[in-house]
Design a protein around this ligand. Structure first.
Ligand SMILES: [Zn+2]
Length: 285
C-alpha cells in the first residue's frame, strides 16, 4: 500500500484499515478477510509485538503474507519513536511508518518527524505522524486517561513544516475498548480536515460506533486502526476451541477456528468501513 493508493482512497472518501498483528494466525485472518472483501489492507506489526516475536521474524512473516495474496497489503510500523527501529523496519520493507512524537515539545516533534519523512521517502515508504496524544495505551485494552485534542491550526502548521503524508488525530478517540461509551468530536474533525489536506488517521476505532466512524471517513479519515477487537476474538475463540471435546493437542485443529473467528471480525470491519461510498457531489471523488 503505497502513498499513491492511500491518496486515492482518501480522494474517494474511503478508508483503509490497519489491523495490529502479533502472530501468523492474526495475519492470516486479516489477509483472508481482505481477499474475501476484495479490498487493500494494512498489517501493523509493531514494537510491542517485536518484544514477543523478535522484529525480523514478524516483519518477514508480514511480508510473506503480503506476497502470498493478490490484494494490496501494506506493512506498517505503529507508534514508533526510536529512529533506529524505524530504519530497521524501512530496511525490512515496511511500506509505511508512524513517528509518534506526540509527547515531545512541538519543535522537537517537527524536527524528528521531518527526519523520519526524509528517511522513509528515500526508502519508498510514507509517514504517519501524531500531534496531540491519543488517550489510552495502544497495547492495552483499558483506558486510563484522556488526552489533549488536535488543534486545527497547529495541525496545519505541523503538516506544512514536516511534509508528513498522513496525520493521526485526537478528536476524543481513545485506544482500546473503554468501559464508558466513547464519542468523537466530528465538528473538530471537520475543522481539522478543512485546514489539513493529507489523509487523516483515526486510532482507537474499536471503541466507536460504526456510524461515527463512517461519518469520520466522509470527513477525510482515510486510515483506521483496529487492534482490541481482533485480540478479543483471538482470546475468546482460543479459549472455546481448546476446551472443545477431543481438541487434544492438534494445534492446527485448535487454531483454525480461531483464525476463522478473527477473519469474521476483520471482514465485518472491512465491509463497514471500506465500501465505496457515493461522493457528496456528482463529479466528486
Ligand atoms: Zn494508536
Amino acid at each position: 500500500v503505497d502513498l499513491r493508493l492511500l491518496r486515492q482512497i482518501h480522494a474517494q472518501r474511503r478508508a483503509i484499515v490497519g489491523f495490529s498483528i502479533y502472530n501468523l494466525e492474526q495475519g492470516l485472518a486479516v489477509v483472508r478477510a481482505a481477499e474475501a472483501e476484495g479490498v487493500p489492507v494494512i498489517l501493523q506489526a509493531g514494537a510491542s509485538a517485536f518484544r514477543y516475536s523478535g522484529r525480523e521474524p514478524l516483519a518477514r512473516l508480514a511480508q510473506g503474507l503480503a506476497e502470498s495474496t493478490g490484494v494490496p497489503v501494506g506493512i506498517h510500523l505503529d507508534h514508533a519513536r526510536d529512529l533506529a527501529q524505524i530504519d530497521a523496519c524501512l530496511r525490512l520493507g515496511y511500506t509505511s511508518v508512524m513517528f509518534d512524537g506526540s509527547p515531545l515539545p512541538i519543535e522537537q516533534n517537527i524536527r524528528l518527524t521531518r527526519e523520519v519523512v526524509a528517511r522513509a521517502h528515500l526508502a519508498g515508504a510514507w509517514v504517519e505522524a501524531e500531534l496531540a496524544g491519543i488517550a489510552g495505551d495502544e497495547d492495552e485494552s483499558a483506558v486510563k486517561h484522556a488526552g489533549a485534542l488536535t488543534d486545527p491550526d497547529v495541525a496545519a502548521g505541523f503538516v506544512a513544516a514536516t511534509g508528513v503524508d498522513a496525520l493521526a488525530v485526537a478528536v476524543g478517540n481513545v485506544h482500546g475498548i473503554p468501559d464508558v461509551p466513547v464519542s468523537i468530536d466530528l465538528q473538530l474533525l471537520e475543522r481539522i480536515a478543512g485546514k489539513v489536506s493529507v489523509p487523516l488517521v483515526l486510532h482507537g476505532a474499536s471503541a466507536l460506533a460504526d456510524t461515527e466512524v463512517v461519518a469520520a471517513i466522509d470527513l477525510g479519515v482515510a486510515k483506521l486502526n483496529i487492534n482490541s477487537e481482533l485480540r478479543r476474538a483471538f482470546r475468546d475463540a482460543l479459549s472455546a476451541s481448546s476446551r472443545r471435546e477431543h481438541a487434544g493437542d492438534d494445534i492446527a485443529g485448535i487454531l483454525e477456528p480461531v483464525i476463522h473467528a478473527m477473519q469474521c471480525v476483520a471482514q465485518d470491519k472491512l465491509r463497514a468501513f471500506t465500501a465505496p461510498r457515493v461522493p457528496a457531489s456528482a463529479n466528486g471523488g
